[in-house]
Design a protein around this ligand. Structure first.
Ligand code: ADP
Ligand code: MG
Length: 224
């Protein structure tokens, strides 16, 4: 098993000296390539804060975060953006697709921020990930013409198109009925077989149970 990321004594505080609030306390975490991890816990327990740190959107933590053996704190902002664009794909509860662009165009977009991918391969790569999520026939459709489950599949294709090491999902089934949510969960879990690591936040015990590991947060600390 190859290590993908390690958090050591990671903490995150918000606010100024007289009004400081600790959203995450002393988090130690190791995740390997191909792991599936659910982050669960009550509202306000620090799930999204942790996901933002893992996704390289928030560097205002203390402690150490190493992604692919790189200390994230040591990167300049250009290197950080590069690492983020190449290695991390995001999936959101509300899909966050661009509604006036076609499905294909939505999936192509992240490649424009990844200089390692040749322009003349954009179309082929986008179609390959649409095939992976079963939506080749919707490539020319607009997101609003699709069901919620189909829109989330497009979002997953978009998250995969740069072949990231890590897919992060914040409540990916939160807006879907349970049957559709189960299919999306199954699709996300299938990524692990190809070595992609999936970390998701969920309130749904069924989704959490599908993951290989479950991290339970309470008041910013790992309790299980
Ligand atoms: P969860 O996703 O588990 O519901 P969050 O990670 O969003 O929780 O928030 C954890 C705690 O940190 C909450 O008490 C929240 O109010 C606080 N928090 C999150 N982001 C900020 C911020 N930008 N400024 C101040 N407090 C924040
Ligand atoms: Mg949250």
């Amino acid at each position: 098993m190859t290590n993908l990321l390690t958090l050591t004594h990671v903490a995150r505080q918000f606010g100024k000296e007289d009004n400081r609030f600790t959203a995450l306390h002393d988090i130690d975490l190791e995740v390997n390539d191909g792991d599936t991890l659910a982050i669960v816990g009550p509202s306000g327990s620090g799930k999204s804060t942790l996901l933002s740190i893992l996704g390289l959107l928030d560097r205002s933590y203390t402690g150490t975060y190493a992604l692919k053996s790189t200390d994230v704190a040591a990167l300049d902002s250009k290197q950080l953006a590069q690492l983020r664009n190449r290695e991390i794909g995001w999936v959101f509860q509300n899909f966050n697709l661009i509604n006036h662009l076609s499905v294909l165009h939505n999936v192509v977009l992240p490649m424009r921020y990844n200089s390692t991918i040749a322009k003349d391969t954009y179309q082929q790569r986008a179609m390959a990930v649409l095939e992976q999520v079963g939506l080749v026939d919707k490539a020319q459709a607009k997101p609003t013409e699709l069901s919620g489950g189909q829109q989330q599949r497009v979002a997953i294709a978009r998250a995969l198109v740069n072949a990231p090491s890590l897919v992060l999902a914040d409540e990916p089934t939160g807006n879907l009925d349970s049957a559709t949510g189960a299919k999306i969960t199954e699709l996300l879990m299938s990524l692990a077989a190809t070595g992609t690591t999936v970390i998701l936040v969920t309130h749904d015990p069924v989704v959490a149970a599908a993951c290989g590991k479950v991290l339970q947060l309470k008041d910013g600390s790992i309790v299980a």
